[in-house]
Design a protein around this ligand. Sequence first.
Ligand code: DX5
Ligand code: ZN
Length: 226
Amino acid sequence: MTFDRSVKIAPSILSADFADFGREIQAIEAQGADWIHVDVMDGHFVPNLTFGPPAVKAFRKHVKTVMDVHLMISPVDAYIDAYADAGTDILTAHVEAGPHSHRTMQAIRGAGMKSGIALNPGTPAEAVEHLLDLTDLVCVMTVNPGFGGQKFIDMTAKVKKLREMIGDRPVHIEIDGGVDPTTAPLVVAAGADVLVAGSAVFRGGSVENPAPYGENIRAIKASVAG
Ligand code: DX5
Ligand code: ZN
């Protein structure tokens, strides 16, 4: 993975058909996804449950781009090796998930993955200031995590502040929640380069009829072009 700040679309398979993940991943990549975003939830850190390491390892066989795994779990550290073994490229943990995010970022890199740190809407940018040399990605949540299809919460000021704090370090700013062609321009103008989108990408399409996936991805890209 080489670092670049061009805008990337990372469809969240939380909005895919849960009985058909392999073909959904193939379809969304064929339609132009840059990364595949995998939302892991534990029913404890967030009020919803999705899947764990064995499922993520099975997804990996179908991902040709970048597998971006977003852990909404607490605690994190005991599971880091399992996500490395599952073939994760970027492993993101929440700064709110425990008192030792610094150790968690070190451990993720130590296990051979890129590290990411996520912030809930109620958490200020300063909470990750001392992690920026240990992280490859900051994920700014623009919904309270747990569910797809929620309304975008404007975090533009936080994104701008993070962009300044990051300076010329090779750290991505990812936006997660409520991203669509109306909200994407706000966060890209503020300095984001990775846009997670679930409902806005998967709506209207299916494995049998994947063309709308491509139209939806292109609509988000067009909204931030130039
Ligand atoms: C929310 C997840 C998101 C979610 C985004 O907890 O982290 O990745 O799936 O879904 P949309 O794009 O529908 O808001
Ligand atoms: Zn996510």
